[in-house]
Design a protein around this ligand. Structure first.
Ligand SMILES: Nc1nc2c(c(=O)[nH]1)N[C@@H](CNc1ccc(C(=O)N[C@@H](CCC(=O)N[C@@H](CCC(=O)N[C@@H](CCC(=O)O)C(=O)O)C(=O)O)C(=O)O)cc1)CN2
Ligand SMILES: [Zn+2]
Length: 735
């Protein structure tokens, strides 16, 4: 394939997985944090992973190798360190980097939140009016040199200045009205120095990632930033990478700058105004970095032709898909993971663009409305005969339900947890042995039951009011349901990084979804048999199940989601019939699927809410429905959360105390952050509760951590929950 403007390589990828094909980085990090391996050991693992990646990409025939795509925790955190935006509270720590990521005694970590509309989480930089930016370029320069020693010239990848600031939050104590983007010019000084340093190092191309371009309103800052950066004399050539959608109206902003190359996510189609990029290299992202379906070569070549692309790439980093299909036997012939996608990129570069019809996304047109879908689902159930139980999509109004739920006999400020208790190594090992045929099913089940007994006993001893069974039978809150529903396939080793050392194996939703038998009922029933306190049944909601799976692309997402909702609805009704009085249906991904463009948001929220209400609407008034959300910048979807109409909503809430005032039903703003090993003390929790009481009346306030406890140890959980119960009692006593 010919390069018109310059020497940008014909094939590349915007980024690559880094946790290791066998999660080597995960194991090394956790070993390091536990003191089982030393710094040198951790460094060795990182170095080997980087080398393996470059070797593999080169071996697959890729021309343009990226560097600085490795991270020990998160690329946004790396960027904060690159510009020395390290808040003072971390500076005197022995390891500021991991303290920012995970907290340290007495020091809260940076907040963590969703990376655009993915299940990857980044750490939110804190930028104030006085943050002093300074270039600390060791990491990108180090990776360039490391690759060079292995014989590879690479293109360092760095989060761009506009995206960095737009994703940051105002540092605590910043004056009202201050926004991190106000510091753009100061930050650009550092990026100019970075470009100089890379030029001095002999780097030919640098990639600055600006996914913020596909959201509303980034364009003026982008225009300003890249005029300045591209106008700077001594620098490598610049590739600005937009991804996660259509750049549309932000494209002219880049077009007027002197950047040499622009990467476009073409999986959403070719921007109408792409001709404005004439004279620049267009890097065509035609191989999806988000999906796992094989790329159709004809469509991809047509997209390349339509966009005048002279280089082929992935639509975004491959961070969001597993390493490879080796060792998997799922859906033969239909899938491509990272390695197979690299091979696709290489092959498409060889074939080159070819004009042809450009495919239209499946998500639009031709599908029934939400109402018709409900009717159709209703008709499909029980031969279309509406019964007392399934004929009703809506429950009575909240006030009526609240009365019907009084006999649950809960105290004011009831204490509960979000569902999971620590996942022990013994359980995980046992699951692996069952999968390998080395352990019997019955023996495993007894292990799970023993764990449920332990979890119930711990909660009774601590004085929790609404108990959970602890989810010990689940490998993951989505994968577990996928394994028990028709229409899903799961992988053996298809790990994808979620945050830091934590990974998931997203299931693959490839066919019509159906529940052929109850999934959770026996575990909930067993837990309830052990206690007089109510046990909360625990389900994952339909939006979250599809959000955290790879999903078929031949049906609109909302139709797929309604199918899942139907399966969850059946499970809710079976739990109720088994005597479970409180049922939580989690929707932590509700916010995640929110379209990045405002104009598409209302349509999404309508069907997302409809799916949730379909899933829960079959419960009687006396059954208390809970929901749980986390990492939500809840403010943006507050009306939708309200519309879910759950009796109780628990929510991550470092700061959402004020956001949720006026919320008309039960509310549990998380009283401590479970993502950090830190144990909250009684005073801290008490203060949180008192603060919450300024916004939520006591009779509707619930007390809970801000997410599930599976990533913690029993020791941490018991200590933390004891303090939570003590704080609740203290606050109750003076109400
Ligand atoms: N899908 C999903 N997305 C989510 C969340 C979530 O819970 N699930 N939570 C939020 C935050 N993200 C998270 C993602 C993952 C984990 C997490 O704890 N993941 C575990 C893996 C969970 C899992 O699938 N476990 C399996 C497999 C465990 C495993 O590693 N087994 C070993 C053997 C272990 C041993 O011998 O001890 C092996 O197979 O080699 C199981 O329990 O069965 C991890 O990385 O450690 C936590 C939060 C948002 N997104
Ligand atoms: Zn959560």
């Amino acid at each position: 394939m010919r390069c018109v403007t310059d020497d940008f390589p014909a094939s590349t990828v915007l980024g690559y997985p880094r946790v290791g094909p066998d999660r080597e980085l995960k194991h090394a990090l956790e070993g390091y944090w536990d003191g089982r391996i030393d710094r040198a050991g951790l460094d060795r693992v990182g170095r080997a992973l980087r080398a393996d990646t470059w070797h593999r990409l080169a071996q697959l025939g890729l021309d343009g190798l990226p560097s600085n795509t490795f991270s020990e925790y998160d690329q946004v955190l790396d960027t904060a360190v690159l510009v020395d935006a390290v808040p003072d509270r971390f500076r005197e720590r022995s390891e500021p980097y991991f303290a920012m990521a995970r907290g340290a005694d007495g020091v809260a970590p940076l907040r963590m939140t969703k990376w655009f509309d993915t299940n990857y989480h980044y750490l939110v930089p804190e930028i104030g009016p006085r943050t002093r930016f300074r270039l600390v370029a060791d990491k990108p320069l180090g990776e360039v040199r490391e690759a060079r020693e292995l014989g590879y010239e690479t293109r360092p990848v760095v989060v761009g200045p506009v995206t960095f600031l737009r994703l940051a939050q105002a540092a605590p104590g910043s004056p009202a009205g201050f926004a991190p983007i106000d510091r753009l010019d100061d930050l650009l000084d550092v990026y100019v120095r970075l470009l100089t340093a890379l030029a001095d190092e002999g780097v030919a191309w640098v990639q600055l990632d600006e996914p913020v371009l596909v959201t509303d309103g980034g364009s003026p800052a982008v225009r300003h930033a890249y005029r300045r950066l591209a106008g700077h004399g001594r620098r490598p050539r610049l590739l600005v990478a937009s991804y996660f959608g259509d750049i549309a109206d932000a494209l002219p902003a880049l077009a007027v700058t002197a950047v040499e190359a622009v990467a476009l996510d073409l999986t959403h189609g070719v921007p109408a105004n792409v001709d404005l990029l004439r004279g620049k290299t267009v890097v065509g992202g035609v191989v999806s970095g988000r999906e796992v379906w094989r790329t159709d070569a004809d469509s991809a070549r047509a997209l390349l032709a339509g966009a005048n692309a002279t280089s082929v790439s992935t639509s975004c980093s491959l961070l969001h898909v597993p390493y490879s299909l080796r060792g998997e036997d799922v859906l033969p012939g239909r899938l491509a993971f990272a390695e197979e996608k690299v091979a696709e990129v290489v092959e498409l570069a060889r074939l080159g663009p070819k004009p042809g019809p450009v495919p239209v996304a499946a998500a639009v047109g031709g599908s029934p409305g939400v109402h018709e879908l409900r009717v159709e689902l209703l008709n499909r159930r029980e031969g279309g005969v509406p019964t007392e139980r399934n004929g009703r999509a809506e429950r009575s109004p909240y006030e009526v339900r609240a009365l019907a739920q009084r006999d649950l006999g809960l105290p004011v400020l009831p204490v509960t947890t979000i569902g999971s208790f620590p996942q022990t190594g013994a359980l995980r090992a046992a699951r692996r042995e069952v999968a390998a045929g080395a352990r019997g099913e019955a023996e495993y089940e007894e292990l799970v039951r023993a764990e449920i007994r332990r979890v119930v006993e711990v909660q009774e001893r601590l004085g929790i009011d609404v108990l959970v069974h602890g989810e010990p039978e689940r490998n993951d809150m989505v994968q577990y349901f996928a394994e028990h529903l028709d229409g899903f396939a799961v992988t053996r080793n298809g790990w994808v990084q979620s945050y830091g050392s934590r990974c998931t194996r997203p299931p693959i939703l490839h066919g019509d979804v159906r529940r052929s038998a109850p999934i959770t009922v026996r575990w909930a029933r067993y837990a309830q048999s052990l206690t007089d306190k109510p046990v909360k049944g625990m389900l994952t909601g339909p939006v979250t199940i599809v959000a955290w799976s790879f999903v078929r692309d031949d049906l609109p997402l909302r139709d797929v989601t309604m199918q899942v909702a139907e399966a969850v609805r059946a499970e809710v009704q079976d739990l109720e019939a088994a005597g479970i009085r409180v049922i939580q249906v989690d929707e932590p991904a509700l916010r995640e699927l929110l379209p990045l463009r405002r104009e598409e948001q209302a349509g999404y929220l309508e069907w997302a809410v409809a799916a949730y209400r379909w899933a829960t609407g079959g419960a009687g008034d006396a059954t208390q429905i809970h929901t749980h959300l986390c990492y939500s910048n809840a403010d943006e979807v507050l009306a939708a959360i309200d519309a879910l109409d759950a009796d109780v909503t628990s929510i991550e809430s470092a700061r959402s105390g004020t956001a949720v005032q006026g919320f008309g039903r039960g509310l549990g703003p998380g009283v401590y952050d479970i993502h950090s090993p830190r144990i909250p003390d009684v005073a801290e929790v008490t203060a949180r509760l008192r603060n919450a009481l300024r916004h939520v009346p006591a009779e509707r306030l619930w007390v809970n951590p801000d997410c599930g406890l599976k990533t913690r140890t029993y020791e941490q959980v018991e200590a933390a929950l004891a303090n939570v119960v003590a704080a609740a009692r203290k606050v109750r006593s003076v109400l």
